[in-house]
Design a protein around this ligand. Structure first.
Ligand SMILES: Nc1ncnc2c1ncn2[C@@H]1O[C@H](COP(=O)(O)OP(=O)(O)O)[C@@H](O)[C@H]1O
Ligand SMILES: [Mg+2]
Length: 385
């Protein structure tokens, strides 16, 4: 079994409190003035009497804003600010520099140190709370974005871990079941009544599951650039023929009409992967069409070095606005159109990743007279790969 990633929490949003402030000033009288001005707004206010203590406190506690005096013995406000702003863990905490000096030079120095705002003494009792409110709001927004980012990352890791588990841990037992069912069939011969062919039915379902597990594995590899692509020049007619043949009973050979602009039209791709792209698109076209309805494959040059392949069906088409979503992992159109047909939403995601791994593009639109038109573009020559 594989370990899933543990959830990361920033623990930075202390709900209920309008903000946690740190007032840094060497003079107790100054700290008291600020406390007096701000306490009525409900802030949690902590105090530090020098720069070093402030840095230690900030390491321990997540403050929403730091109010920082400039003139302090030992480490001055510029230095404290500079240290906070050059540390990835604290750079996002708003720093409001307090100064009696309103001269240009000290502000400039403060800006260089990375200060977010300046507050000049004596304090304006109306202006100060607004400045602080804005700084706290900016910090909280940052925290929220960061928290959402970690949540998203954690759920992505969880999902990847799950895929990894499915792919690696389920494959061998599945192959074991499949092999044993096949052996059983060989030993016992065909069942006279098809309705009682329970082993045959189990075998079919096992094959379907193996197909899904393999699709997940391929998608995982393509996403992580781990899929080996052995590109050669492929004859497109041969590839389509092979894909049609591989679909067996799902698609009648004469149902597919192939139109190729130039004979011997080829492209530069991994042949096996290309067959599977066609296999998926043709299978969908057949699955979403009425039985026996024609499916057209058009192949033509779109430029000097690229070929355009279109697969046109007469099915229900893709609901408007969902042309991108169907290519996403597990993506399915909102209206269920495959009837009772099994569906995983992995096929088109595989096609998209595989086409893109070849430097190509894929898309879908609806035909004027109904049905969908899936298309993809691939390079013709090795150089453009
Ligand atoms: N030719 C088509 N006509 C209409 N809808 C289609 C067609 N091909 C794909 N779709 C829609 O796209 C979804 C995703 O297709 P796909 O990734 O191949 O997964 P699956 O075939 O397992 O459902 C399908 O469930 C269906 O909603
Ligand atoms: Mg499909």
């Amino acid at each position: 079994m594989h370990q899933f990633a543990t959830q990361h929490t920033t623990g930075s949003t202390h709900e209920g409190s309008p903000g946690r402030l740190l007032v840094v000033d060497d003079l107790v009288a100054n700290r008291q003035i600020l406390r007096g001005l701000l306490q009525r707004y409900g802030y949690e206010i902590a105090e530090a009497e020098d720069g070093e203590t402030a840095l230690e406190m900030i390491e321990e506690t997540d403050y929403d804003t730091v109010l920082l005096d400039i003139m302090m013995p030992k480490m001055d406000g510029y230095e404290v600010c500079h240290r906070l702003k050059s540390n990835g863990k604290t750079e996002h905490i708003p720093v409001l520099l307090i100064t009696a000096l309103s001269d240009r030079d000290s502000r400039l120095k403060g800006m260089h140190a990375g200060a977010d705002e300046f507050l000049s003494k004596p304090f304006d009792s109306k202006y100060l709370p607004i400045r602080i409110q804005n700084a706290v709001r900016a910090k909280r927004l940052h925290d929220q974005v960061e928290e959402n980012y970690y949540k998203l990352k954690a759920s992505e890791e969880l999902r990847d871990g799950l895929v990894h588990m499915i792919v690696h841990d389920l494959r061998s037992p599945l192959f074991g079941i499949h092999g044993n069912l096949e052996l059983h069939q060989v030993d016992h011969g065909p069942v006279p009544n098809e309705n009682e062919d329970f082993v045959g039915a189990a075998l079919r379902e096992t094959k379907r599951m193996i197909g899904m597990v393999n699709a997940l594995l391929d998608i995982h590899r393509l996403e992580n650039q781990q899929m080996p692509i052995n590109a050669t020049t492929c004859d497109l007619r041969e590839v389509v023929d092979e894909a049609v043949a591989s679909l067996g009973a799902n698609l009648a050979r004469d149902q597919v009409r192939i139109e190729i602009e130039e004979e011997d039209m080829g492209c530069h791709a991994d042949r096996e992967i290309l067959v599977r792209i066609f296999n998926n698109l043709l299978n969908n076209a057949a699955k979403f069409s009425k039985p026996g309805e024609p499916i057209d494959v058009h192949i033509g040059r779109v430029s000097e070095d690229a070929v355009l392949i279109e697969i046109l069906d007469n099915g229900p088409g893709i609901p408007l606005g969902e042309e991108q979503a169907v290519f996403e992992k597990f993506g399915q159109a909102s209206e269920v159109k495959g009837g009772a047909q099994p569906s995983s939403g992995l096929g088109l995601n595989f096609c998209k990743l595989a086409v893109e791994a070849h430097g190509g593009r894929i898309g879908v639109d609806n035909r004027m007279d109904g049905g969908s038109r899936f298309w993809f573009i691939l390079p013709i020559l090795a150089e453009s790969f």
